[in-house]
Design a protein around this ligand. Structure first.
Ligand SMILES: [Ca+2]
Ligand SMILES: [Ca+2]
Length: 317
């Protein structure tokens, strides 16, 4: 009886611990883009073949993207030969970059070309403390960042750390009138892949009327003010020897989740790809005639997840 109570207490304790862990369903996970090539290109469901094979390559990639509502834009950081906080130019409770604009909230990646340091800028509205007061007299913005890479810092807070601080759960909680609010995230790693999102809330009696991402040439990408946006550094600098083959699997066929584990297949000396094989009857069971887009995922030994897809034809003659 006492043992049963102890087990029950342990189960209740475990449930309480689980319940207390912050859950966030929309935390973006960085997935590195691999390249996969599946054979045969035409899969005959009547075939008695034993294997489906797959070559996996890990091409070098170093690119930034902005994604919202399923649409992805490739972007580049704004580059200036200035420290990030100097470029933000904070005085009169406001930013004074070349991009500040009344009633507009702006985002951009920024590279200090003197040091290579990567930063992320946010600013809303414009400094208009004196007549004719072109900016909003009263607005609030809340930005909840999710998935910021480890090691980032608050390089500038507008105003003070009460309104922007990367160390707390909701990083940006701003209220302003006739000035800007915003801030700069500094020390963003450039030699790892990452993906972070911003869940925005624009409010106040005279709220911002648009939200944009500023690309390196000053051109702007319009953002939906009611939806989260995701900023990603696609980065992969690895060899196929870095793949933990025990984690490689077919994880999706035409949008349907599957789990078909890989086995290593011998490859010739000096090849730049990893060859794996999948149990062919299992793959055939998961396919129907027509085009089949097959996604293969796996992990590198450092924990990086990679994924790639290939489309083959499936026939049942
Ligand atoms: Ca403020
Ligand atoms: Ca301010």
């Amino acid at each position: 009886m006492r043992k049963k109570i102890a087990i029950l207490a342990a189960v209740v304790f475990a449930l309480l611990v689980l319940a207390s862990v912050p859950q966030n369903a929309c935390a973006p996970t960085y997935i590195a883009p691999g390249r996969v090539n599946i054979h045969p290109e035409t899969l005959n469901l009547k075939s008695n073949g034993k294997w489906v094979t797959c070559e996996i390559e890990l091409p070098f990639i170093d690119a930034y993207t902005v994604t919202q509502g399923g649409v992805t834009h490739t972007v580049s950081p704004v580059e200036r030969a200035e420290n990030d906080a100097v470029y933000y130019d904070y005085w009169s409770a406001s930013a004074h970059t070349e991009f500040v604009e009344p009633y507009v909230s702006k985002l951009y990646l920024y590279t200090n070309t003197l040091t290579g340091e990567l930063s992320f800028f946010v600013h809303h509205n414009i400094d208009s403390n004196t007549p004719p007061h072109v900016g909003s007299p009263s607005a609030t913005v809340r930005f909840d960042f999710d998935g910021l890479p480890a090691g980032v810092t608050t390089a500038q807070s507008d105003d003070n750390l009460a309104e922007f601080d990367v160390t707390r759960p909701v990083e940006g909680t701003w209220g302003y009138g006739y000035n800007t609010d915003g801030g700069v995230i500094g020390d963003i790693p450039t030699d790892t892949g990452w993906s972070f999102s911003i869940d925005p809330t624009f409010a106040g009696s005279h709220p911002m009327t648009s939200w944009v991402y500023v690309d390196s040439d000053g051109s702007e990408i319009s953002l939906d003010m009611a939806q989260p946006v995701t900023i990603t550094h696609l980065y992969l600098d690895a060899e196929v020897e870095d793949i933990d083959v025990s984690t490689v699997a077919i994880t999706d066929i035409n949008g349907n989740p599957v789990s078909i584990s890989a086995e290593v297949h011998p490859v010739g000396v000096g090849e730049t790809y990893l060859m794996v094989k999948f149990d062919r009857p299992n793959v055939q069971d998961a396919c129907v005639p027509g085009d089949a887009t097959i996604t293969v995922s796996g992990e590198l030994f450092d924990g990086t997840i990679f994924e790639g897809s290939d489309t083959i034809r499936v026939i049942n003659p």
